[in-house]
Design a protein around this ligand. Structure first.
Ligand code: DLL
Length: 443
């Protein structure tokens, strides 16, 4: 455990962040009981799910009783598309966001005025803990749109009282110019994009000494301590990890403190469980398992026991920073086949859907993901149909271009496409394995 702070150890909402454990658990129980009664009465999908599980709101008498409640999954959200889980009148919604789903349609989430206020404060918590202060500037290189990264972090920076530079994602040359000319203290983006920009700086594209950069807040995709070291040592900066997912809120669910012993979960807003994804029983503390979140304060889109598919470990031991909340380790994997490519969530089934729309393409494909330098690259190997009568290179190129455009249309990402002869890709008797991930995201 780190016992020395790496930046000043400060708090955004000290009373909440350092609440004695007993008080925190009592608060969670009281909020859980209120929540369960509310969703049972106002969200038909929950009324049905609770009835099917044979549980009534009054059965929740202790925190452990949460285990009697049914899980909520992404499939449930899809079945109740677009807003079946909305728990307030539509007229009280002040914001929508969404994330990509395996069917190609996004999963939507909604926020009330008070949800927004909580979300903004939770982003401010980890930004402040990681060194952002009023008077500083933070450059946001996350996409602004349905994705929660851009707007979520943007508002957190404003709440801290720092200046936001809403650069949005992409356009590396411009990002570097902005960093240099407007002198941001912090850069906020995905770890892979940060590494890409760091490589640009270190390769001499711009002079390190002309930058005012002190740190980075990175999240939204898996990354490693090795990547952190490379950026911290290479650029002489401080790099912080933060976690979130749109269904549960977006960024701000957890983030590192000055001691960096894992990410503190905002337990006054969420109950986190770590379960064995096969048995669905809790794992022992410190063991790897799937994280499951229950939202305690969300008015518009409360979720009960939402299965994230993210693999992590929980640690309740006291942290020298003084925060009392449980800490989660880096995410080490997922229990489903979702890939995160340059920060964008992609399911193989989305690529399959794009291929099925192209007459000459067969549904036999293999997705190869690599990270040759610092940016993810994807090559989709696709077999042509045996009877596709193609006899010129220009025809082949035209088919490939259509597949590239089709995939971009569904995923929003440009992927390389390699056309393969019929019957050359591996066939599977059991569960198909369509993804070859050559990135090292484990250490
Ligand atoms: O990525 C929210 C976010 C935005 C978090 C900006 C942090 C910063 P989604 O697009 O719904 O939401 O993707 C959520 O991304 O289930 C994890 O698999 C992965 N993820 C998020 N943060 C981390 C992290 C946003 N720090 C999915 N480390 C989650 C590893 C992460 N994986």
């Amino acid at each position: 455990m780190n016992t020395k702070p790496l930046v000043e150890n400060v708090f955004w909402q000290k009373e909440k962040e350092c609440m004695p454990k007993g008080e925190l658990r009592a608060l969670q129980l009281q909020k859980l009981r209120t929540l369960v009664a509310r969703v049972y009465a106002s969200v038909p999908a929950y009324t049905r799910a609770f009835d099917d599980a044979g549980v009534k709101p009054d059965d929740i008498k202790a925190l452990d009783d949460i285990r009697r409640l049914p899980f909520t999954t992404k499939a449930d959200l899809r079945e109740n598309y677009p807003l079946g889980y909305l728990a307030i009148p539509r007229s009280e919604v002040v914001r929508f966001h969404g994330s990509s789903g395996s069917t190609g349609k996004p999963t939507f989430v909604a926020y009330s005025k008070s949800d927004m206020d909580n979300w903004v404060n939770l982003c401010a918590r980890f930004l402040y803990a990681g060194g952002l202060r009023p008077g500083m500037t933070a450059q946001v290189a996350f996409g602004y749109g349905l994705f929660t990264g851009g707007f979520g972090l943007h508002q957190g920076i404003e709440r801290v009282g720092a200046a936001v530079l809403p650069a949005s994602s992409g356009n590396t040359a411009r990002q570097l110019v902005l960093l240099q000319d407007l002198g941001a203290d912090f850069l906020i983006c995905t770890p892979s994009y940060a590494l890409h920009l760091a490589d640009g700086i270190q390769s001499g594209a711009i002079d390190r000494s002309s930058l005012n950069l002190k740190g980075m807040f990175l999240g939204s995709e898996p990354w490693t301590e090795a990547m952190r070291r490379r950026m911290e040592e290479g650029l002489g900066i401080y790099v912080e990890n933060n976690y979130g997912l749109s269904e549960v809120q977006g960024p701000g669910i957890s983030g590192e403190c000055a001691f960096r012993n894992g990410m503190h979960v905002a337990e006054d807003h969420f109950i986190v469980e770590c379960i064995n994804p096969e048995t669905l029983e809790p794992v022992e503390e410190g063991e790897e398992g799937e994280l499951v979140f229950t939202t305690l304060n969300k008015e518009a889109f409360p979720l009960i026991r939402y299965r994230t598919r993210d693999i992590s470990r929980l640690d309740n031991a006291a942290c020298p920073c003084g925060r009392t909340s449980v800490r989660m380790s880096r995410i080490t994997g997922r229990t489903d086949d979702m890939l995160i490519i340059r920060g964008v969530n992609v399911y193989p089934s989305q690529i399959e859907a794009a291929l099925l729309a192209i007459q000459e393409a067969s549904p036999h494909y293999m997705i190869e993901v690599s990270r040759p330098k610092s940016m993810d690259e994807v090559t989709v190997h696709v077999e042509l149909k045996p009877n596709s009568m193609v006899d010129s290179i220009s025809e082949l190129n035209a088919i490939r271009d259509r597949i590239v455009a089709g995939i971009a249309g569904v995923t929003g990402l440009h992927m390389k496409v390699a056309l393969e002869q019929p019957n050359t890709l591996e066939r599977f008797e059991g569960k198909s394995k369509r993804v070859k991930d050559l990135r090292n995201l484990k250490d």
